[in-house]
Design a binder for this molecule. Sequence first.
Ligand code: ATP
Ligand code: MG
Length: 426
Amino acid sequence: MSKGMPRILPRAQHPISRSLLTPNTLKVLYRLHHAGFLAYLVGGAVRDLLLGRRPKDFDVGTNARPQQVRQLFRNARIVGRRFRIARVQFPNEVVEVSTFRRNPVEEDPNEEEPADPLAPEAADEDAYGTPEEDAFRRDFTVNGLFYNIADFTVIDYVGGLQDLERRLIRSIGPAAERFVEDPVRMLRAVEYSVRLGFALEGQTAAAIREQYREIRRASPARLAYELTESLKSGHAAGIFHQLWEFGLLPEILPFFLSYEADQLRLLFRLLAAADLLASRRKLSEEALLALVLWPHLDRSLREAANGERPLGALEGELKQRVGELAQLLAFSHFRGHLIRYGFLYLARLYREPRSPRKAVRILRHEAFPVALDLLALQAVDEPEAARTLARWQEMQRRLEAGQPPLVVAQASGSRRRRSRGRRVQA
Ligand code: ATP
Ligand code: MG
């Protein structure tokens, strides 16, 4: 696609109506517009609305500078070090407003911290660009479309409309170069193609096949972000399968190479369970990320659950495995902690708590929601897990209603006395 005149679709020729935008997004677009700025809906929201899907979030592009955006919205906060973005905070929604820019390289989420609002912005001026430049710095043609609130047109500089019709994920500009520039785009290409059911355009797919090893250069935090998005998408099994086929997965998580066929089967069964649950239950990111380790831990978890293995031994193994994953994906200390204890408490949930008080301690542990999510994933295919899940959900309901959890026939004297003597107990 050469630069030049965009293709412009008038309102009558596309299905985006204002009623499909959230009221907050409309408010942001109109306030920018009435203040004399360009105000476009950009990125994934335009793509999804054109496809008749519900967007995950609404991003706005403008020629207003971040400081100008902030002056228009009292509820705006400026974030980002290299690229300042104004996040306009509403009670139940954040609308991100980005100034059009030409810089094609994405920000590392690790670097994200509130910019000093007093720092001079002159240094940033270089990074800003025209709407056309902003379209061309984006990753795929279907992600480079704009919806203009001034006249309700869709503006296409990059050939995205045609690729939406052809159902193709195509890199904007030469794929080989764009993937060297930012290898995370390879991951995103696979993610979108599976999520939308689009084919990868030939050059785009060929570039991934040639350069998949470059993914190693990507920052761990950005990899973690994209993997989490994939795990949450409802298409995790399909996406991971494609990442495996392209060789990307073992480059990101080398321990995948040690998985045997039956371990991979287990993993894909759990991913399918996550996809099934995605529409019903919001699974924690920690539980989803924990899935990739499950094949390593499955046996120990089962042994710990039925008492054949002391919980202390499981703890040691968890420390090592989760520690390795934490390094690969730059987890915060707390995230690593939640995953470790999520698994440990998963094993605990199978052991009947010895008293209501101990049950309450488990229910109140910060990793309990993660453990419960892991149990819910297991429960999709396993009746015993489903029964255990129902029990803990009932105990949780009772606790929330201010009643003590009912613990099954464990309070008999002999059992209790014996249990005091053991070291690792629920
Ligand atoms: P969704 O939010 O549904 O996952 P999205 O397209 O909105 O999809 P985001 O990750 O929110 O995806 O990114 C918003 C937009 O920013 C994208 O549509 C794309 O135009 C641009 N973008 C995101 N990541 C990159 C990247 N690595 N390189 C170039 N452009 C990118
Ligand atoms: Mg988005």
